[in-house]
Design a protein around this ligand. Structure first.
Ligand SMILES: Cc1cc2nc3c(=O)[nH]c(=O)nc-3n(C[C@H](O)[C@H](O)[C@H](O)COP(=O)(O)OP(=O)(O)OC[C@H]3O[C@@H](n4cnc5c(N)ncnc54)[C@H](O)[C@@H]3O)c2cc1C
Length: 421
């Protein structure tokens, strides 16, 4: 019997384990130090953090798009709490685990690296496996160049208890204005807060908002497009015609990986420098109620969003940080890094770093993730595909574009259970 080790039991890992248990006769070993089904997005969310996708998009099962909405007893158009979605992931995993208990082992451990025979654990033990699926999630957050080593600088807003420790009477600076900054602003303003929050990002652009009811997706005509410029022109024209640009952004989604891999490296680079951020604002939108809450915070002067960079951060003796922004130097009692995932190898966790150090994997295009072949198998430092070493989830970014959200992750998980032709 084949044994598959799945490293990481967040969203991608539990969906992979579930597909392997249901779709193959393989023995599955899930290696995860925390409770399976947690992970960054759904494990540590607060009750006020909502999914940024409708319930109808969040099923664990590619064949049954309505599964999550039925489980939650809600309309497919609703935006449900992320905590609830974490419960859903655990429930679908537990169901598969109970049905195939004879073939599943959960190892509450941290993986330290890969060996010829399987996975090396941090405690020195080894999990023997014929195939390994790497599902360790996002790289660590990117850090601003001016990052200080100071207790009032929060390098990782997801670390337990860091936001709760910020006093409510000091102004707070958020570095970044994306969905992470929105999450942080909601948490900081959930309790009484007398002092304002400022979010600063290069463009000062917040994520846009979903409509209450989704417009049916419209696929733009891309047949005559051969360059990034052609695609941008076609998408803009279609958005103007469609009336609601959201329909076009959503209609583009199934083609994004194909487009991304067809672009030249220079076009990909140009997209990352000039278009990625505006694209993300349109693509990863806030739930309507979150958008309304953020608008209120801005109207009340409790949240300010500014465009520009951070020139320096220095620590005055009295505490807090003096931050040099475009408009001048300002004092903040806390600075919270809300940047997205950083680039490899600097942002690699210890497991991914060991894969890179040992040549089991190599950094992928634009250093956004690891390099993979068309099927999703790791490519080593020698340029050769590792036939039994698979990668799913956010670390496919760069080799692919659309690889962080549930619809793509569940499809990747399903393909793990299908033999490669
Ligand atoms: C805040 C936020 C909100 C999101 N909202 C949505 C949404 O509304 N809709 C949507 O479709 N997508 C959403 N996403 C995107 C997507 O669902 C996540 O990126 C997804 O959770 C990725 O799953 P993952 O398993 O790869 O990573 P994670 O869920 O982060 O899990 C990684 C797991 O790997 C484990 N791990 C790490 N290193 C090791 C090691 N060395 N050994 C063993 N285990 C290890 C960790 O403990 C963790 O459990 C959101 C993402 C974020 C961050």
């Amino acid at each position: 019997m084949t044994t598959v080790a799945v490293v990481g039991g967040g969203c991608a890992g539990v969906l992979a384990a579930r597909e392997l248990l249901r779709g193959t006769d393989d023995r599955v070993v899930l290696i995860e130090p925390d409770e399976p089904g947690g992970g960054l997005a759904y494990g540590s969310a607060q009750p006020w953090h909502l999914l940024n996708s409708r319930a109808g998009a969040m099923s664990a099962d590619p064949d049954d798009p309505g599964h999550f909405a039925r489980w939650a007893g809600c309309s497919p158009d609703e935006f449900r709490p992320r905590l609830e979605y974490g419960r859903y992931l655990r429930s679908v995993f537990e169901e598969a685990a109970a049905a195939h208990a004879d073939r599943l082992t959960v190892r509450p451990a941290r993986a330290a690296g890969l060996t010829a025979e399987g996975v090396r654990l941090a405690d020195g033990q080894e999990v023997r496996a014929d195939r390994v699926v790497v599902a360790t999630g996002n790289p660590a957050p990117a850090q601003p160049a001016a990052r200080p080593d100071h207790p009032d600088y929060v390098a990782d807003p997801w670390a337990k208890g860091v936001l709760e420790a910020i006093p409510s009477d000091v102004p707070v600076l958020l570095v970044g204005a994306g969905l992470t900054a929105i999450d942080v602003a909601l948490t900081l303003t959930e309790r009484d807060r007398d002092a304002p929050i400022t979010a600063v990002s290069r463009r000062g652009q917040l994520p846009l908002t979903h409509t209450a009811v989704a417009a049916p997706p419209v696929g733009p005509a891309l047949n005559d497009c051969t360059t990034l410029r052609d695609v941008v022109r076609a998408v803009r024209a279609e958005a103007a015609r469609a009336g609601d640009w959201r329909a076009v952004v959503d209609g583009l989604r199934p083609y994004l990986d194909e487009l991304w891999t067809a672009f030249t490296p220079d076009e990909q680079d140009a997209f990352l420098r000039h278009l990625a951020r505006p694209w993300e604002c349109h693509r990863h939108r806030m739930a309507p109620s979150v958008g309304a809450r953020v608008a209120r915070l801005r109207e009340e002067g409790r949240l300010e969003v500014r465009a520009g960079g951070i020139r320096s951060m220095t620590a005055p003796p009295a505490g807090g940080l003096l931050v040099e922004l475009e408009a001048g130097v300002q004092w903040f009692g806390a600075v919270v890094n809300c940047a997205g995932p950083g680039r490899l190898p600097a942002a690699a966790g210890s497991f991914v770093r060991s894969l890179l150090d040992e040549g089991q994997a190599r950094v992928g295009p634009h250093a956004l993730g690891l390099d993979i072949d068309a099927a999703g198998r790791l490519i080593g430092a020698d340029g050769r595909v590792r036939p039994d070493r698979w990668l799913i989830g956010p670390l496919r970014r760069g080799a692919r574009w659309e690889t962080t959200a549930v619809p793509e992750i569940r499809a990747q998980a399903r393909r793990l259970a299908i033999p490669v032709g």
